[in-house]
Design a protein around this ligand. Sequence first.
Ligand code: NAD
Length: 293
Amino acid sequence: MKVAFIGLGNMGLPMALNLLKAGYQVTGFDLVQAQLDIFSKTGGIPAQNTSEAVQGAKVIISMLPASRHVEGLYLGDRGLLSFAQADALIIDCSTISPKVSQDLAAQAKAKGLAMIDAPVSGGTAGAQAGTLTFMVGGNVQDVEKARPLLEKMGKNIFHAGSNGSGQTVKVCNNMLLGIQMLGTSEALRLGIANGMDPKVLSDIMTKSSGSNWALELYNPCPGVMESVPSSKGYAGGFGVDLMLKDLGLAVENAQGLEAYIPLGKVAHDLYKAHSKAGNGELDFSSVFNLKAN
Ligand code: NAD
């Protein structure tokens, strides 16, 4: 089956490679030539643009940074919705606003196209290992149609509800993750300032009530864990600016609904300050180095 994959960045590239490994014929497109080159060297078919990539594709997957990129890709006279094959299933895996996602699905439906939102959790390591968690929003038939393909890229495929609900779950999850990373960093900084070895401190807290995902699998203090971004100069991984975007989505979403999320707002402000200090491209665990101004 022919699959089109648009957006071959930190996440999209390894996800597309897992589809190739599973035997799908994958045509990919990215604005960055270097990403396309890696994709084609590993067996993918590079396209010159989106319309070339989606020609004849039964499934179209997008993995772009934010709402504005996804709207730009899908809408308008030269947007994907205007030239996708009539029976194609569209799967947007980007993390974007739940409202934008709902609107796009409605516009796709008006053109007779099926669309689901399927944002992911698990980071670049999960994307490479094919162990991502997918949070899927859409009607049950479309979700079941997508499932065999999603299973080639992920371990847990959850149907969250109707269109946009995958994004709602993702926004809630990432708000919690952003807060958790800040809290974990604070606890480690306090212990280190008291003379504690961060590895000893982390090992004990991992087996105590403060344990959490950041502490167990993504320690933000350099040298505590191998192969995590903090031990590689905070390179790769999940960028500060992407976390800032997700916290922005949470704050915006809460305003519309009047949900009380004071910690989400503080987290948004802290990541914003960290980004402004020139760290936007680093992995989000670099908030470990956040300093008072
Ligand atoms: P990235 O910036 O590494 O990759 C995005 C890619 O999209 C880039 O290569 C860019 O050139 C490409 N792109 C943008 N507009 C395009 C267009 N119109 N046509 C073709 N290509 C286009 O970002 P990423 O880390 O891969 O994240 C992608 C999405 O996944 C984001 O929404 C992010 O929030 C989410 N996410 C990321 C992680 C992570 O750990 N990196 C984890 C979970 C979810």
